[in-house]
Structure formats: C-alpha cells, structure tokens
Ligand binder design. Structure first.
Ligand code: 5GP
Length: 175
C-alpha cells in the first residue's frame, strides 16, 4: 500500500502555537537576570527549537543534546546520548526543548542526566505530548499540542529519517 500523509496540524496552526509558547516562556523568565539556556534535543526538535528561540523575546543561549531513543516507530526504552552539551549549565535556567513526549522515558532520563550538573532551574517545553502513553511521572511545563496515540511526522519529526522537512505535522497512512 502506498504511503499517504494526512495533515494533523497545519503550518499556520503550528506558527500560531509557537508564538503563544514563546510569549508564555518570555513572561515566565522575564525577571531572571541571566540568559535562558535552550537545550534543543536532537534531532527531532531542531525546527521547533529554531522557531521557538525566535518567539522568545529574551536573551537566550542555545545548546544541543543528541539523543537516540527510538527504532522505527517503537520505543526501545533505551536512551543513548549521542552528543553532549558544550557549555556548563551550573546555576543556569535551563529549558529543554523536545519535539514530542510520548512515554516520557527519554525526558525523565534527560532530566536526570542534566540535573546532576546543578542548574538553577530546569523546565520542559514539548511541541507535542501524548498523555495517554505516559509511563512515568513527569511535568511538561509548556506543551504545544496534546495528541492521542498517533505516530506523527513533519516539522522535524521523522520516520526512519524521512519527512523531517515537511512544513506541517502529519500521520503517515500505510507506513
Ligand atoms: P519517549 O521516550 O517519550 O517515549 O519518546 C520520545 C522520543 O520518541 C521523541 O523524542 C521522538 O524522537 C520519538 N517519538 C515518540 N513519538 C513519536 C511520534 O509520534 N513521531 C515521531 N516521529 N517520533 C516519535
């Protein structure tokens, strides 16, 4: 069966929600004296983080964290750090920017991994959240969209490295 993309959020809906998230984050950190450290969790959040960074009207520092936690469309439950932060985050306000929180296993692991470096604060911003799939206790401080148990692609999210450059979010039928 040929693959067919079914749009779940349009380019316009995403842009509008990213602006709202940026405004919320700007308001939350407005009183902080130091730059906010955005930790872009690679690869899936690279497009979201780029847009979100520009929607935050504060001084920010950007760091990248490479993570592998998925094989095809099934969670392995194993989280591998493929690229670590370059600069220290001790005493910093850190915002982890993730494409999607599914079971929450990856984010839980990353919070532990970065938490031992003693940041001043650490919060999570995820473009997408699947609350029904949650396997761990986790607070996602800023959520773009909550979605049911669907496997989505586009806007940075892939299936076997494909569809990351799709400008909207979609479900692949027949994959
Ligand atoms: P978790 O550890 O929360 O189960 O999974 C987090 C990671 O799994 C995400 O960062 C993402 O890479 C991948 N993932 C989970 N759900 C989806 C999905 O619907 N689509 C895509 N493309 N990746 C997903």
């Amino acid at each position: 069966m040929a693959e067919r993309l079914v749009q779940v959020f349009s380019k316009k809906q995403i842009a509008s929600r990213v602006r709202e998230l940026g405004a919320m984050i700007t308001a939350s950190y407005a009183e902080r004296p130091q730059p906010l450290v955005l930790v872009c969790v690679l690869k899936g959040s690279f497009i979201f983080a780029a847009d979100l960074a520009r929607a935050i009207k504060l001084s920010v520092r950007v760091e990248f964290l490479g993570v592998r936690s998925y094989e095809e469309t099934t969670s392995t439950g194993v989280v591998q750090i493929t690229q670590d932060l370059v600069q220290p985050i001790e005493d910093c306000d850190v915002l982890l920017v993730e494409d999607i929180v599914d079971t929450g296993l990856t984010m839980k692991h990353l919070l532990g991994h970065l938490g031992i470096r003693q940041p001043h604060s650490m919060r999570v911003c995820a473009l997408l959240h699947k609350p029904s799939r949650s396997k761990v206790e986790l607070t996602v401080d800023y959520v773009g969209f909550s979605i049911p148990d669907l496997f989505v692609v586009g806007y940075g999210l892939d299936i076997s490295e494909r569809y990351r450059n799709l400008p909207y979010l979609a479900v692949v039928e027949g994959a």
